[in-house]
Design a binder for this molecule. Sequence first.
Ligand code: F0G
Length: 462
Amino acid sequence: MRTVIEPFRIKTTEPIRLTTRAERAVALQEAHYNVFLLDAEDCCIDLLTDSGTGAMSTAQWAAMMMGDESYAGSRSWKHFEQTVRDITGFDHILPTHQGRAAEGILCETLVKPGDLIPNNSHFDTTRANIEYVGGRAINFLCPEGLSTQDESPFKGNMDVAALEACIQQSGAEKIPFCMLTVTNNTGGGQPVSIANVRAVKAVLAAHGIPLVIDACRFAENAFFIQHRDPDYADKSLLHIARELFALADAATMSCKKDGMANIGGFLACRDADWATRFRNLLILREGFPTYGGLAGRDLEGIAVGLREALEESYQVYRHATITYLSRHLSEMGIPIVQPPGGHAVFLDAKRFARHLPAEGYPGIGIVNALYLEGGIRAVELGSVMFARRDADGREHPSPLELVRLAIPRRVYTQSHFDYLIEVIASVWQRRDQLPAHRITWQPDFLRHFTCHFEPQQGQHLQ
Ligand code: F0G
C-alpha cells in the first residue's frame, strides 16, 4: 500500500481547548507578543518544540510501572545503561535530567577561557554552556546548509576544510573537543552523512582532538542515512547508529527527542579519566551516578523509548508526516527549507515576509500571525535567537531567518496537519500585512525565551 499509516492506535486522549481569535489576541498581548510566554492551554496545536512533548507507548508506560527507585545500583539504571551501551558502544554512561545538563558537565569539565569549540551548528543551550565558561562556540556548516533551497541530501554536514583551517590557525591545544549535531536542529533539522563524520574524525584524529556527538536526533539521522546513502540502504537503523557512535569519543543526549521520553538525557564517553571528572560534577549537579537527575521510572521509559525510536515502522511514519506537511506547503508556493528536516518543517521567513528587514524580526511576525490565525504555536529560529550582539548592543543578524514547526512524536494526526496547512495558507495569503516587531525588553542571554516584543505602530495584523 502507498498510504503510510500511524503504526499505533490511540488509547488515551488529551482534550485540546479551541479558542477564538479574540481570546488569542488578548493572550498574545498579555504574553508580550512572545509565544514562549503563552499558557499552553491557550494553544490549539503546539509546535513550539519536539522536545519532551511526545506520546509514550504502552510498553514505555508498562516499563515505568516497573521503575526501581533505589538510590544506588537500581535495576532501572542497569536497564538504561545496558540499552545506551548497546546502541552507542560507549563505556561510561552518566544519566542527566536533560541534554543541557550533559552539555554543562562536559563544558565545565573540559572548556577553558579562550578555548574554541567547533560544531556544524551549535544549539542555543550548547553555545550558552560553552560561552558561560569562557569558550567560543563556532559553526562550520557546509555551504549547502546555509541555502534554504539547495536539495543536497546531507545539508547538516560540517565544512571539513574550514575545520582544518581553524585548527591550523588556532592550534589544536585551543580545541578541547569538536562537536557534531545530528540532525542539525538549528540549520533546519538536516542530516549529517557517515562519510562526513568519518572525514571530520580523520582531521580531528590527526591533531589529537576528540569528537563529541550531540545525539538528540540520532535515530532520525540514521533514517536519513538509510534512505539517502546507497551504501546503507540495507542496513538497520541500529547498525547505522552504532557506526555513527563508533566514530565519536563522547556524546551528549537529550532523551526528550529520540529517547521518546518527556524528560531525560545522558553524557557518555570512552575515556576513563573524562568519566571520572564528569562523574564528580554529576554528583554535585544532578545526583548519584546511577540515577543522575532522573527517577528510576524515567530511566525505564527512556530505555524502551530509545529502542522504539530505532524501529523502522516508526521512522517511516515519522518521515511521512513531515513529508505530507512540507509537500502541501510547497505546492502552494510557501517557501520552506528544502529538503524538509527530520523533526520539523521550517518556513523561510526572509522569503515569506519579503517586506520585513532582519531588524523587524520577520520570523516573529509569522509566528505571531500563526497563533492569531489558528492557535498554532511555532518558534522563531532567526535573529531573535541567534543574532550576535556587540558590546555596544549593535546586532549582527542571523544568516537564516526561519520559523520552526516542530512536530511532537506520535501526538498529532492527519486532520491536525490539514488544519495546520489551512492556517499557514491563510497567513501566507495576507503575508504583506505582517507587522515588524521590536524588542521592548530583553535579558542578557538566551533572550528569545523571555524577551518582550511590540508590533510596529499601525501594523497590527487584523
Ligand atoms: N542539542 C540540540 C541539538 C537540541 O535540539 C537540544 C534541545 C539540546 C541540545 C538541549 O537538550 O532541551 O534536553 O536540554 N532542543 C529543544 C528544541 C529544546 O526545541 O529544539 P535539552
